[in-house]
Design a protein around this ligand. Structure first.
Ligand SMILES: Nc1nc2c(ncn2[C@@H]2O[C@H](COP(=O)(O)OP(=O)(O)OP(=O)(O)O)[C@@H](O)[C@H]2O)c(=O)[nH]1
Ligand SMILES: [Mg+2]
Length: 250
């Protein structure tokens, strides 16, 4: 398998035109055009200005109401830090890259951080069709953000690829005193829509790495699965990892 180099890990775009729909952005994203499955599977090497090699690349979008913690989740995953202090709402759309090693395969996730504010919704819509996975967040301390999940799922159904990987995340699980949405409610909603679920905290780091790893594993398995290999079970993997680490129930 040829290996590619990752592009610089921070980028931003305020225009849908920069959408990597062809698999290449103005920043030089080195990914081949998506095949009909929608998965990016590079077939020839390319050169870019960051030093990291990767084998396959996927686009992951963070979506959900304004203030649920999308940007903080991405910063926690990418930099291992929490953006404390005043809330700066995302304008338009932004992306960061991270290369993970999944079963000895270098998987590059290009993670798009969308603006939750209603006025940017049309910008977000333009990016859905290129996403291979969507992390849909609500805030466990904000009931409205949970109630809006149904509307988000309708929107995803309308604009995203049919086979997009969707994972529901109940963020701010560290906020035990302010919690308004029980974990069981999140689990129930996720079951109703047939999507995997877990609670996260960008503040404490709870399950952040696991959420992205699980999605990367699912995408990698879909792309590189041997014919006799069983299908990757995302929710089972997440539940097993949480039991193993014994960390993740709040
Ligand atoms: N306690 C707690 N606070 C969090 C967590 N994640 C984010 N926050 C806080 O929630 C606020 C909003 O976080 P952002 O990540 O900017 O929210 P967003 O979803 O990106 O919002 P938009 O960009 O407007 O869509 C900030 O004040 C964060 O500090 C978390 O896991 N726990
Ligand atoms: Mg944001």
């Amino acid at each position: 398998m040829s290996r590619k180099k990752a592009v610089k890990s921070k980028g931003s775009s305020k225009s849908p035109k920069a959408s990597p729909s062809s698999g290449r952005t103005g920043k030089g994203l080195a990914a081949a055009a998506a095949p009909s499955s929608g998965l990016v599977y590079p077939s020839r090497p390319s050169i870019s200005n960051s030093g990291e090699f990767y084998d396959i690349a996927f686009k992951v979008m963070l979506v959900g109401d304004s203030g649920v913690g999308k940007t903080c989740l991405l910063v926690r995953f990418k930099d291992g830090a929490f953006l404390a202090g005043s809330f700066i709402s995302t304008v338009g759309i932004d992306f960061r890259n991270k290369v993970m090693t999944i079963d000895a395969v270098k998987v590059k996730l290009q993670i798009w951080d969308t603006a939750g504010q209603e006025r940017f919704r049309s910008v977000t819509h333009a990016y859905y069709r290129d996403a291979h996975a969507l992390l849909l967040l609500y805030d466990v301390t904000n009931k409205a953000s949970f109630d809006n999940i149904r509307a988000w799922l309708t929107e995803i159904h309308e604009y995203a690829q049919q086979d997009v990987v969707v994972m529901l995340l109940g963020n701010k699980a560290d906020s035990t005193h302010d919690r308004l949405v029980k974990r069981e409610e999140g689990e129930k909603l996720a079951k109703e829509f047939g999507v995997p679920f877990m609670e996260t905290s960008a503040k404490s780091g709870l399950n952040v790495e696991l959420a992205f790893t699980a999605v990367a594993k699912e995408l990698k398995h879909r792309t590189m699965k041997e014919p006799d290999e069983p299908k990757f079970q995302l929710q089972e993997y997440v539940d097993k990892e949480m039991r193993t680490v014994g960390c993740c129930r709040s």
